[in-house]
Design a protein around this ligand. Structure first.
Ligand code: ADP
Length: 621
């Protein structure tokens, strides 16, 4: 001050200095700290008008009561030691509102000229509220960011500078590396020396240089785990981080360990490979299709047989390979299967590419694979070459046709001779031998019936079983058959018949079916003493004829098979019953051709009920 005064600096200049200085200034005089000088900056900082000048500090800023500043001022005034406040918090009332403000300040003692006495304290202050608050905010964000990284489910690390110094690495990343926190602050190549020789360090350098993010999916990485090197698989990214000038200064590394997933996938691939190889060695054609039935795989056999290339669509393949006669049937069975999500089985002919114009028989099968909700996930199909078997079957059928035809003539003669013999013996009163001749005739009848069955089968196969439709009295036929059958059995045949009246159909063939069902009922119920026959007309004007027995019955899973050619249920008892397994096959063909249906209800061990249903008047097909 003294120097100022001595230099004769004008009051005005001092006033300018005071008002223009970019800091807040004040002089607080005496023990009560009377505000002698306060520049506009400090008035603004205090949020007070100029008329506070001349007041005691505590009067001007009563809010300072209870805060530390008066105490500090007193101390400075007493000791002469200056006090520096750094980012100090003060509560100041500005515009009637208490505000939280921060400022840097210096309190310095003001001496008298002689420097013998302290007259007051000068205050130089700068408000730093904004800076402090943004620092706090930043610290908060950093804290959150660090926590985020720490808690993340991913392995995260940040490499800084061209030397790629590990700046951040969360616990997961340290686990990944098999390292401790000690690696933080080290160069990555020194911290994880096993990365040397692997591509990652070079990739990191490239990312740093090019500024382009690098993404990797299921990349193999060899890392130390429990003291030994192990292979892992990671999905990861190296993302360049730029400063405000746009220059790369760090790389952020995100990584997820997908080792389990990759290993499981590899296992599946290996299995798939194994099954493909297996499928390729099989002599059967195998295909698979997606849920919609779109074919996505054929085994080697398909390509060998067809000579096709690539994965043909089902429609394409079918039209190229199938016999034109089989195509509509095959198309239909597939669309039915698809609709009902059920398996199918079909015999059809595939073009033989080795012989122009020839076809080979195949057995086609497909099954839908379903998930736990019953939705189809895929289809698996096979086509098995059954050509030889078919040819053999055809040979056998034609042999049976010829044989039964050839047997028929001598049998007819034999029957005539046996009847002639019996008659003669009876005439000679040789009843004993006549009985033998009659037994012979019974056996010839059985033989004839077997031969007839075989002939019928051949006829069915050649489509030659023709029905002679006429109108006949159904009730009479039933009674006739029942009486006839009753003569050859000790079991009681009960008849519960509704009056049906006239029916149009092949009387002979229908009587054959009735006899066959009654015969079976008697044959397969040796321990029972009755068979029940019912007839009725149902609501669709169909005639229903049923034969119920109380015999051995049929297992549930064999019920539908009994109508197949040569099929005989092979249980412990069945072999004791004679038969060829043709009767029901022939019966079902006759009924089908009569426009009706044949079916069975049975409980194994309790008996069966075989029924057929035919239209009363409808013309047979
Ligand atoms: P089979 O000459 O063997 O009797 P069928 O075609 O008439 O030939 O019958 C086929 C098979 O169905 C028989 O072998 C038998 O296993 C079974 N079957 C037929 N009818 C009956 C029945 N009433 N009770 C039990 N099983 C029967």
């Amino acid at each position: 001050m003294k120097n100022f005064l001595k230099s004769n600096i004008s009051q005005e200049s001092l006033a300018i200095l005071l008002t223009q200085a970019p800091v807040a200034l004040s002089m607080l005089m005496g023990n009560d700290f009377v505000i002698q000088v306060a520049n506009p900056q400090i008035l603004e900082l205090w949020g007070k008008p100029a008329d506070i000048i001349g007041l005691r500090l505590i009067e001007a800023l009563p809010e300072l009561k209870g805060q530390k500043f008066i105490e500090i001022l007193t101390e400075v005034k007493k000791t002469g030691n200056p006090y520096k406040g750094y980012k100090e918090l003060a509560y100041i009332v500005r515009n009637g509102k208490t505000e939280e403000v921060y400022f840097d300040f210096i309190y310095t003692a003001i001496y008298n000229d002689e420097k013998t006495e302290i007259l007051g304290v000068s205050v130089v202050a700068t408000e730093v509220t904004e800076q402090v608050l943004s620092e706090k905010k930043l610290a908060d964000t950093e804290y959150k960011f660090e926590n985020l990284i720490k808690e993340a489910d991913y392995s995260i690390a940040l490499y800084k500078g061209e030397d790629l110094i590990i700046d951040i690495a969360n616990d997961k990343m340290l686990d990944t590396w098999g390292k401790t926190k000690a690696v933080i602050g080290k160069k990555i190549n020194e911290a994880i020396p096993e990365l040397e020789g692997q591509p990652f360090l070079q990739i990191l350098k490239d990312v740093y240089q090019t500024g382009k993010t690098y993404y990797a999916t299921e990349d193999k990485v060899v890392l130390e785990s429990n003291g030994k090197l192990e292979t892992f698989y990671y999905n990861f990214s190296y993302k360049p981080i730029r400063n405000s000038n746009g220059e790369v200064y760090a790389i952020l590394n995100f990584a997820v360990n997908v080792t389990d997933l990759v290993l499981a996938k590899k296992k599946i691939e290996e299995n798939e490979q194994k099954y493909r190889q297996l499928a390729d060695t099989l002599p059967t054609i195998i295909w698979t299709a997606d849920a919609e039935g779109k074919i996505n795989y054929y085994n080697k056999k398909w390509y060998e047989y067809t000579g096709f290339e690539g994965v043909d669509s089902r429609e394409n393949a079918a039209s190229k390979i199938l016999h034109p006669d089989d195509l509509p049937r095959a198309t239909e069975i597939w669309s039915e299967s698809k609709k009902n999500r059920s398996s199918y089985e079909i015999e059809y002919q595939f073009k033989d590419r080795t012989r122009e114009g020839f076809y080979k028989w195949f057995l086609g099968r497909a099954i839908p694979i379903k998930d736990s909700d019953g939705n189809v996930t895929q289809w698996i199909g096979t086509c098995t070459d059954i050509d030889e078997f078919k040819q053999f079957q055809q040979q056998k059928d034609s042999f049976l046709g010829i044989a039964s035809h050839e047997l028929k003539t001598p049998l007819t003669s034999l029957k005539l001779y046996s009847q002639f013999l019996e008659k003669n013996l009876r005439r000679q009163n040789d009843d004993k031998n006549a009985d033998v001749a009659q037994k012979m005739d019974d056996q010839i009848n059985k033989l004839t019936s077997l031969v007839n069955d075989l002939l019928d089968v051949t006829k069915i196969q050649n489509g030659k079983i023709l029905l002679n439709t006429s109108e006949f009295n159904f009730d009479e036929l039933v009674t006739e058959i029942v009486d006839e059958q009753q003569m050859s059995t000790t079991q009681k045949i009960h008849l519960e018949a509704e009056t049906i009246g006239t029916v149009s159909g092949d009387r002979n063939r229908i009587s054959q079916v009735m006899s066959n069902l009654i015969n079976n009922a008697i044959k397969y119920s040796p321990d029972s003493d009755k068979v029940l026959i019912t007839t009725k007309l149902n609501e669709n004007n169909n005639v229903v004829f049923c034969v119920k027995d109380y015999g051995i019955g049929i297992p549930e899973n064999k019920k539908d098979k009994v109508f197949e050619q040569y099929y005989r249920v092979s249980g412990s008892k069945e072999h004791t019953f004679p038969g060829l397994g043709l009767g029901l096959y022939i019966s079902s063909e006759i009924i089908k051709r009569s426009g009706g249906k044949i079916f069975v209800n049975s409980v194994e061990g309790h008996g069966s009920e075989f029924c057929f249903e035919i239209p009363k008047t409808k013309n047979p097909i």
